[in-house]
Design a protein around this ligand. Sequence first.
Ligand code: ADP
Ligand code: MG
Length: 361
Amino acid sequence: MADIKLSKIVKNYGDTKVIKGVDLDIKQGEFVVFVGPSGCGKSTLLRLVAGLEEITSGDLEIENRVVNHLDPSERGIAMVFQSYALYPHMTVEENMGFGMKMNGFPKDEIASRVDRAAKALQLDKLMERKPKDLSGGQRQRVAIGRAIVRDPKVFLFDEPLSNLDAELRVDMRLQISNLHRELDTTMIYVTHDQVEAMTLADKIVVLRDGQVEQVGSPLELYNYPANEFVAGFIGSPKMNMLPATVATIEGNDVTIILPDQQSFTLACEAARLSVGDKVTFGLRPEHHAAGTELPNHLKFTTTDIERLGNSTYLFGEVGGHHNYKIHVSGDMEAQRGDVMTFSFALENTHLFKDGLRIPSL
Ligand SMILES: Nc1ncnc2c1ncn2[C@@H]1O[C@H](COP(=O)(O)OP(=O)(O)O)[C@@H](O)[C@H]1O
Ligand SMILES: [Mg+2]
């Protein structure tokens, strides 16, 4: 169990700058998820914490001690990778105990820790099996078990569920979440999947191009994204973004014109805006109601429709801007080409100028 502190962490490979000055505090017992698009530096940052890569500059502290130059084995960390890397000729039990055996632990200590981890992961009935006789999910649980028996202060996971099919991923996600609750150990988890980030994290760190875009709880990021990038990355399907214009400003009341010529007025930090400014209007697909139920409206032309029974996805355009998505619960009948009015609540709207969110009041 450990507090971890990253200060101005930089990683260069030759001339290539991969991590560009990351500051981050991780509290003891916290479940922190690094999320971001492929290539943004998630794995590199995790490997710097693990000690598998050398930090170019900046300090990494674990429990108030700078550990930049400590060997991975001296950092009290266990890492679980996407590829399980189990020993094919060993049983589940042998795979889980192998690290401890190499480190010279007594047999009964190994047996008791392996037994406890196996029970926590429901592997106790599979102890004599070899990896080839296990499903993908079971193999990943063995890999996690191997990390647990080392009794680390920190668990690091790098996309551990990416090789599993969708149903199993949901199942394993719940298991990892339960495991965190039981062990109460600090965990850092890397994924490009925002659903995993939302469901697992106490704290999400959104990375882009080697830099932190925003740190916050899942719902802070969902409700108050700091910028267009975070707004687009958190939430599925993505938040709709439309170009809009500031028509009038009266006090903090700002009137915005949307591309379909509909307008609405919202209270926000108006000092950052001027009449005539080009801004971006953001509204999540799930924040629309059919018809004029809510006070503000937009005109939507349907180009595609997906009816799932319990909910309906509509794809179309607003004021000539394509790729607009609407998600409503329940079944909805619509035809391609239908022009429909949808309404929305002001509290669900987002306004961005130069990429940054203008806080609403
Ligand atoms: N050993 C290396 N040498 C040079 N560039 C690297 C090396 N490892 C990673 N990179 C680069 O660093 C960037 C971030 O990689 P990575 O941390 O693996 O991203 P992610 O895990 O977010 O997909 C990528 O552009 C990748 O090509
Ligand atoms: Mg990676």
